[in-house]
Design a protein around this ligand. Sequence first.
Ligand SMILES: [Zn+2]
Length: 139
Amino acid sequence: MIRIIDEGKIPKERRWSLGKDNYEDITPDIIVEDPVGKDLVPFIYGGYIYSPGMLSRDRKYAICSKTPVNIQDINCDFTDSITCPYCGHKLTDSWEMPDSSDEEICDYCHSKYSYERDVEVTYNSVKIEKAKLVEIKKG
Ligand SMILES: [Zn+2]
């Protein structure tokens, strides 16, 4: 059995103590069967997509992010990072990705989407030498 723990319930200072902290004082959202021979994959429970981020070595607990299933108004246009149009997950290392992809799989909800990098071109100008122009007087 694996205790599914919402990462939002874990105090920040305890989030990186995997293997030392068993989080037994934190009430799990749900306890699931251990999928023997398989990784724990994202699943839906109680209107949320649970995406396992960390599974303890002894497979007693998994820390998951929670995203509402029917999330509305996900902004995917001209964002500062690649954003999954299904769950809103932002890819933090977007700058390392190729300029575009016809098929990307979301780390969180495992849905497929495509993206392209939008590049805005701007210019900077610096003075070098002002031209000497002849001034013509009014006759
Ligand atoms: Zn997603």
